[in-house]
Design a protein around this ligand. Structure first.
Ligand code: SF4
Length: 199
């Protein structure tokens, strides 16, 4: 049986919102800000407001129209958990993610508190990698799996994909597939601690 991932490794970005405001020291050299100003100067559609936070609802269906399994980076030009993005809009973004099981979506934020709050009332889709930036600049992505799903073909494929992403990130990306208790009896927060410490 082939173990080759069906997911296309080329990066696709999906920006249902653009623009942001700085929230931490890690924002100092924000790539999205420089890029947004450049795209505005080039007159690119969607960047009329430069780096000012702007919802782009016409972009919501983009992943629905792509059949080929693809790894998407969500909001490379913004932060989907920005405090001025309405919760209802964030739900629409995750509803699209849920409706596209053929794709995997990397959702990275510097607003971990809002992300955590959001998932109190919304079930995280299994095809979303949820990540936040650590204080040392590394990005931690955690995918939670119920114990009944460990060992399934889909889980193994995601595990391989995460390991590949981590390897290619040159130490900047950490991928953890967490479960309620791992084989060492560690709970989710302990698994996160172990991951951050041991790499
Ligand atoms: S959160 Fe991200 S997009 Fe927003 S200002 Fe900071 S680095 Fe830029």
């Amino acid at each position: 049986m082939s173990t080759k991932s069906k997911i296309e490794w080329t990066e696709q970005t999906w920006n249902p919102a653009t623009g942001c405001t700085k929230i931490s020291e890690g924002c100092r050299n924000c790539y999205a800000e420089k890029m947004a100003h450049r795209l505005k100067a080039m007159g690119l559609k969607g960047y009329e407001n430069g780096f000012r936070l702007t919802l782009q609802p016409e972009r919501l269906p983009e992943p629905l129209n792509r059949k080929k399994p693809t790894m998407y980076f969500v909001n490379s030009m913004s932060d989907i958990f920005h405090e001025r993005i309405p919760e209802e809009y964030i739900r629409r973004v995750f509803d699209v993610i849920k409706a596209c099981p053929q794709h995997t979506f990397q959702v990275l934020t510097k607003r971990a508190d809002r992300m955590e709050q959001f998932f109190h009332s919304y079930d995280a889709p299994p095809n979303a990698w949820l990540g936040c930036q650590l204080t040392d600049g590394r990005i931690l992505v955690v995918e939670y799996k119920g114990e009944h799903l460990l060992g399934s073909a889909d889980t193994l494929e995601k595990q391989n994909l995460g390991a590949l992403w981590e390897e290619k990130s040159n130490g900047q990306g950490l991928f953890l597939m967490a479960t309620k208790k791992n084989d060492k009896g560690r709970d989710v927060s302990q698994q996160i601690e172990d991951k951050i410490k041991h790499i």
